[in-house]
Design a protein. Structure first.
Length: 319
């Protein structure tokens, strides 16, 4: 089998510049920042009998740049579009489950009046920002986000749910704190998820349905057997990339993150290359977002805070 060659450094930089300007539409990443991030890779991971230090450093930077070129970044326009898709999916699935194919605006308004929308997380988390966008984009009133005792539905809104652990924990807490709401229909709207997360959330008997916009499979995992990132490339390049991510990833995780289940490949061993303009999920490879041990990230991640004390977290739980 003839494998594709790893593109040159210059080719990758050209591809990245074009991606930033035409697809990501991001103005917070500049060449200076890219070079600062690339300078994290000093050749330590690949410096063996096969590679001298300088050669190892250059190859690490090329592979890191290759991974960055394959990063899936959701800009503001794309996120807002997905917000519209989320409410459309909810409306569609709700009326379909009631065997109603054609509905008018009055019936949709009636459904919204009987529904409470809520973030799938605490007020300091990204799901609250998502709910703000959700309300703004879909022209909903503040009343639609207040607890309605007479309402029939509770709709949780979140962006990334990769393992489903946090969503499961939060919904169960909600049910404990609202025992009178067990008769209400509970829907979970997700921007991006996986089958693993969907099934975990659906296993909660009180949940009526889980409605994701985008479902990722194993092909989205960088080092899976079906990875689209290394499709057509030699196993050697893929293994070198894995060695780089593991070597540096293990050195840029805080002890707190490790206790909570973090690995060199992201929380839950995620292996993902995904992020949005407002945050980066912790299931993405830490080499992109960590700031531990003087690491310079290319994307920022704003950690979840489950109390006023940022050191207190839900043990073992992750997105």
């Amino acid at each position: 089998m003839k494998y594709k060659k790893l593109p040159s450094y210059d080719t990758l930089m050209f591809t990245l510049r074009k991606t930033i300007s035409t697809a990501w539409h991001i103005n917070t990443i500049h060449e200076v920042g890219i070079n600062k991030w690339l300078n994290n890779f000093e050749g330590d991971a690949l410096c063996t009998k096969d590679f001298e230090r300088e050669e190892a450093r250059d190859l690490e930077k090329r592979i890191a740049l290759f991974l960055l070129c394959n990063f899936i970044y959701y800009n503001e326009e794309e996120v807002k579009h997905l917000m519209k898709v989320m409410i459309e999916k909810f409306i569609h699935e709700y009326f379909l489950s009631h065997n109603l194919i054609e509905v008018n605006d009055d019936e949709i308004d009636s459904l919204i009046r009987k529904t409470t929308f809520s973030p799938l997380g605490n007020q300091s988390e990204s799901s609250s920002y998502m709910l703000y966008l959700f309300r703004q984009i879909n022209d909903l009133s503040k009343y639609d986000f207040e607890e309605k005792k007479e309402g029939d539905n509770v709709v949780f809104v979140d962006d990334f749910s990769i393992t489903g652990s946090q969503a499961e924990w939060y919904i169960k807490r909600y049910l404990r704190e609202h025992p009178n709401n067990h008769q209400k229909k509970i829907y979970v709207l997700l921007m991006i998820s996986t089958q693993e997360a969907i099934q975990k959330i659906k296993s909660i008997s009180a949940v009526t349905d889980v409605l994701p916009c985008i479902i990722m499979d194993d092909s989205s995992k960088v080092f899976s057997d079906t990875s689209i990132v290394f499709q057509g490339y030699s196993p050697e390049i893929k293994e070198q990339a894995r060695m780089i991510c593991q070597y540096y990833g293990e050195r840029i995780l805080s002890e707190e993150d490790k206790k909570d289940g973090a690995t060199a490949f992201g929380f839950g061993g995620g292996e993902y290359l995904i992020g949005a303009y407002y945050n980066t999920p912790n299931n993405t490879l830490p080499i992109f977002w960590s700031e531990e041990n003087s690491w310079k990230p290319i994307f920022r991640r704003y950690n979840k805070k489950y109390s006023s004390d940022s050191k207190i977290r839900i043990g073992g739980q992750y997105v």
